[in-house]
Design a protein around this ligand. Structure first.
Ligand code: SAM
Length: 243
């Protein structure tokens, strides 16, 4: 059975997709997607030998070698141009996901959907998507086993039902608080629209971490640290205003 996190990613895949799951590890997601019919074929990509072996074993135990090819390689190197419609990349930092997409830019041509689950650095990933004309069309926030996860689904601007200008248009939130593009990139343009308990929990914990950062840098009296402290303080204030 899939974890709730992987199940939510799975559910975003359109029926009958040709998918690639990059950093697949145990290949649980492609196996589930083939079984459910969400994927008609799948590539499971892994750069590291241990997870690669785990993926091969999972696929052969499931008897799905005809439908799922497990390939060893870095990021999108494992797929050829126009081979897949949907790419899933889950369980890594947002900066790593962005760098995988960036290094594999030519392989993204023809891809219809990216389903991404960054563990941290969501703002870096959203900014990469924005700068490369991918439009976030859905976001999800969930808590499982005490951890909070974000799932970001994006489409190329040519096929997206909404534009990036609309997604990141600054908007009023409540009594004088404005959601700026910067805040939307950090907190999620859809997640800020329907704030939930998990959203509050996530951002309270992020603010706590930032306050820890602030304390440690305010011990130093170097000018650069003072600038950094002012920047962090400003961020804390703007995040607190949203909550
Ligand atoms: N995607 C699975 C999930 O969400 O449950 C596994 C996540 S696991 C924490 C991250 C996996 O990404 C590891 O197995 C690691 O070997 C793989 N990985 C990291 N960098 C990679 C890269 N550049 N290309 C392919 N795989 C990578």
């Amino acid at each position: 059975k899939l974890s709730n996190r992987l199940q939510r990613i799975h559910d975003q895949i359109p029926e009958g997709s040709r998918m690639a799951d990059i950093g697949s590890d145990h290949a649980l997601l492609p196996v589930a997607a083939i079984r459910s019919g969400k994927a008609s074929t799948a590539v499971a990509g892994e750069v590291n030998p241990g997870p690669y072996d785990a993926a091969c074993k999972q696929v052969s135990d499931a008897g799905l070698q005809e439908k799922i090819t497990v390939r060893r390689g870095d990021g999108l190197d494992v797929i050829s141009a126009r081979e897949v419609d949907v790419i899933t990349i889950a369980g890594m930092g947002g900066a790593l996901i962005a760098s995988i997409l960036d290094r594999g830019l030519s392989k993204l041509e023809g891809v219809q959907l990216l389903i991404l689950q960054p563990n941290v650095g969501e703002d870096i990933l959203r900014r990469w998507l924005l700068e490369h004309h991918w439009v976030v069309v859905a976001e999800q926030l969930l808590e499982e086993d005490g951890k909070i996860y974000e799932i970001i689904t994006a489409m190329p601007k040519e096929s997206s039902p909404i534009t990036n200008e609309e997604v990141y248009r600054a908007r009023p939130l409540k009594d004088g608080v404005q959601l700026t593009e910067d805040l939307l990139l950090r907190m999620g343009p859809y997640l800020t629209d329907r704030v939930s308990e998990v959203f509050f929990a996530k951002w309270e914990s992020e603010i706590n971490k930032l306050q820890g950062v602030l304390q440690s840098i305010s011990k130093s009296d170097q000018e650069s640290s003072r600038d950094k402290a002012a920047e962090v303080q400003e961020l804390i204030t703007s995040l607190q205003e949203v909550l």
